[in-house]
Design a protein around this ligand. Structure first.
Ligand code: TYM
Length: 340
């Protein structure tokens, strides 16, 4: 049986279009940092995307766009394994096993299903309901020990840990699956809408002014930050006061996330001032950091052949590990396989 490597990272992003600075700060920026110390698998989770309706042509383009975004942001495909989920069938095979491990009660507690299914639960796809089992399979098929994600994925990670524990216990194979740890950076793990500090910044928000897309041009970024909701006060001087005004706290988190300057230093710099200078500096920093990334995404999107090559290379590397795990799982579960 293959031993558990104690430093493997896996994470994924859905190719559902319009990646924004929430995805970047909450997840992708961390992926880049982790490459240095971990063996990393970064997946484009196309099978998760189809749990809601997708246009096939746009799905294909969006899949390439996530690959381009990974690379443009600094993921090195020679160091990290970059691939699309559907190219490795072992993810779906393990997900089926987990469908039989996870209890209905566990899935019934998932808040993201409730949010996404909305009022019309009866009409949601069954894929959307069992989505967390596929996510657990994405992680555990590589025996990943660490999972960098935004705060909205925390509950799914907890479920993954429960699944790993139950599988190990039910099949008496202690330590077969590691119990993966989330890597969630508190302040930037939940970037909020620019229009409403109580709502998460999201691809599906109808208002484009609620988010900064990684493909936005500089003038759009400046405009959106200018329009971002603040308050009819000056910048408070105490963090306790700031935490009470979620829109201001959010802009500070974004500033700190991009600049890597600590929030208390930023508060000290802008306290007592109105928000115009703060906003101008904030958009400068975002533009500065995003401009080269945006340009590179657009350039890479012109070279589909190169992106497909990277995905194929990733697929080859990922499949070696995934196939080994699924063979072990079939054995453990008692599913007969005729080796040829
Ligand atoms: P997805 O595609 O919705 O989002 C990708 C990553 O971006 C983070 N994120 C945010 N972080 C901070 N603030 C926000 N406003 C914000 N919005 C999104 C998400 O937390 C995520 O880390 N189920 C996952 C994809 C997935 C996955 C996995 C992740 C599938 N399999 C295995 C980790 C491991 C999702 O829908 O992410």
């Amino acid at each position: 049986m293959s031993e558990i490597k104690n430093n493997t990272v896996l994470s994924g992003v859905q190719p559902s279009g319009d990646l924004h600075i929430g995805n970047y700060l909450g997840a992708i920026k961390n992926f880049v940092r982790l490459q240095k110390d971990y063996s990393c698998f970064f997946c484009i989770v196309d099978l998760h995307a189809i749990t809601v309706k997708q246009d096939p042509k746009i799905l294909r383009k969006n899949t390439l766009e996530v690959a381009a975004t990974y690379i443009a942001s600094g993921i090195d495909p020679k160091k990290s394994v970059v691939f699309n989920q559907s190219s490795i069938s072992a993810h779906s095979e393990l997900a089926w096993i987990f469908n039989c491990v996870t209890r209905m009660g566990w899935l019934n507690r998932m808040t993201q299903f409730k949010d996404k299914a909305g009022k019309d639960k009866e009409n949601a796809s069954s894929g959307l309901f069992i989505y967390p089992n596929l996510m657990a399979a994405d992680i555990l098929i590589y025996k990943a020990t660490h999972v960098p994600v935004g705060n909205d994925q925390k509950q799914h990670l907890e479920l993954t840990r429960d699944i790993a524990q139950k599988f190990n216990r039910d099949f008496k194979c202690e330590n077969f699956f590691p119990i993966p740890e989330p890597i969630i950076d508190n302040d930037i793990s939940r970037i909020m809408s620019l229009k409403d500090g109580t709502q998460k910044m999201s691809k599906s928000d109808l208002s484009e002014n609620s988010r900064i897309s990684l493909l936005d041009e500089s003038d759009e970024i400046i405009k959106k930050i200018k329009k971002a909701k603040t308050a009819d006060t000056v910048m408070p001087d105490k963090i306790e006061e700031i935490l009470k005004i979620s829109e201001i706290n959010n802009l500070l988190n974004i500033y700190a996330g991009f600049s890597e300057v600590q929030k208390d230093i930023l508060i000290d710099k802008y306290k007592g001032q109105n928000f115009s200078k703060f906003k101008a500096d904030l958009s400068d920093i975002i533009v500065d950091q995003l401009k080269p990334i945006t340009a590179e995404i657009k350039k890479l999107m012109q070279d589909e052949g190169y992106l497909l090559e990277i995905l194929l290379e990733g697929q080859n590397k990922a499949s070696e590990v995934a196939q080994k795990t699924i063979n072990e799982v079939y054995d453990i579960v008692g599913l007969l396989r005729n080796e040829t």
